[in-house]
Design a protein around this ligand. Structure first.
Ligand SMILES: Cc1cc2nc3c(=O)[nH]c(=O)nc-3n(C[C@H](O)[C@H](O)[C@H](O)COP(=O)(O)O)c2cc1C
Length: 258
């Protein structure tokens, strides 16, 4: 899987030190690949090598994109602090091409052991959303505290998806203890990228909560078998613009140093 180009390698050991799974070692001053390498295919050995001397699974390292300068702290701070949940959407749909672009970037979000097990479900259009919303609300009918949500739905409002033109769910098969984390991270990254592309978002907690507990809801969403939607977002063109950043609690931090 990992091949070192002897003609390019400077034997600086960068790849050896950066491999999280200790697949590489220095032998007589040269990089050598362990026979039983438990490779995660994370590509750190390829990414870190300035000489493009490492290749993984036959990929040409020269063909890989170069790293661009990262956004400045100020830009990231503005994105995070200025991010608001959008609950008023224009009716016009989001172009699939735009969502594809965003999901194509979000596949670079980290996953535990680099398992890359997140897959996406897009409820695209009001018909698919309302079919799912009906199923979600049906799980709420006997639950105290949710009467207002049920009433609003039955009166033709949409408290579940807030009238959005689509909803995106990060899904995965259950069975690996970091699966939910992988989905939540991927969706969080999408939730930051989409507003930077001009798209409004809001987490779909009602829908995810119901879908995790009800196969009927999952079927209404088009999910089968062990695939679970661990995180979901409504997305669409926002009708609202916010002028100010509201107050949030100060961070509660415990510094444990000894
Ligand atoms: C996990 C999660 C689930 C949420 N589910 C919903 C939801 O189902 N419907 C909704 O309108 N807002 C939902 N929200 C949005 C929160 O209410 C919102 O983030 C919070 O009120 C703070 O507002 P802000 O995001 O504009 O800062 C959810 C947020 C999170 C993080």
């Amino acid at each position: 899987m990992i091949v070192i180009d002897e003609n390019r390698c400077s034997h600086d050991g960068l790849c050896v030190r950066d491999c999280p799974a200790a697949c590489l070692k220095m032998v007589d001053g040269k990089v050598s690949v362990r026979a039983d390498a438990p490779c995660l295919k994370c590509g750190h050995c390829v990414a870190v090598c300035p000489q493009a001397a490492v290749s993984l699974d036959g990929q040409d390292p020269d063909a890989l994109p170069r790293v661009s300068p990262l956004p400045a702290e100020e830009a990231m701070t503005a994105l995070i602090r200025g991010h608001r949940s959008i609950r008023q959407f224009e009716e016009r749909p989001l172009p699939r091409e735009l969502l594809l672009r965003a999901l194509d970037t979000v596949r670079y979000a980290p996953t535990g052991k680099n398992v890359e097990n997140v897959r996406w479900l897009v409820l695209d259009g009001r018909q698919a959303l309302m079919r799912a919303a009906d199923a979600v609300v049906n799980t709420m009918r006997d639950k105290p505290g949710l009467e207002g949500v049920v009433r609003a739905h039955d009166r033709g409002h949409d408290p579940i998806f807030r009238g959005a033109p689509c909803a995106v769910f990060a899904c995965a098969e259950e069975g690996y203890h970091l699966t939910a984390a992988n989905c939540i991270i991927a969706l969080s990254w999408l939730d930051l990228l989409l507003p930077a592309m001009g798209v409004g978002t809001c987490w779909a907690g009602y829908a995810v909560g119901a879908a995790l507990h009800s196969e009927k809801v999952r079927l209404a969403m088009g999910l089968k078998g062990k695939v679970m939607p661990f995180a979901g977002l409504m997305a669409g063109w926002s009708k609202v613009r916010y002028a100010r950043i509201p107050v949030r609690r100060q961070p509660d931090i415990t510094w444990a140093s000894e």
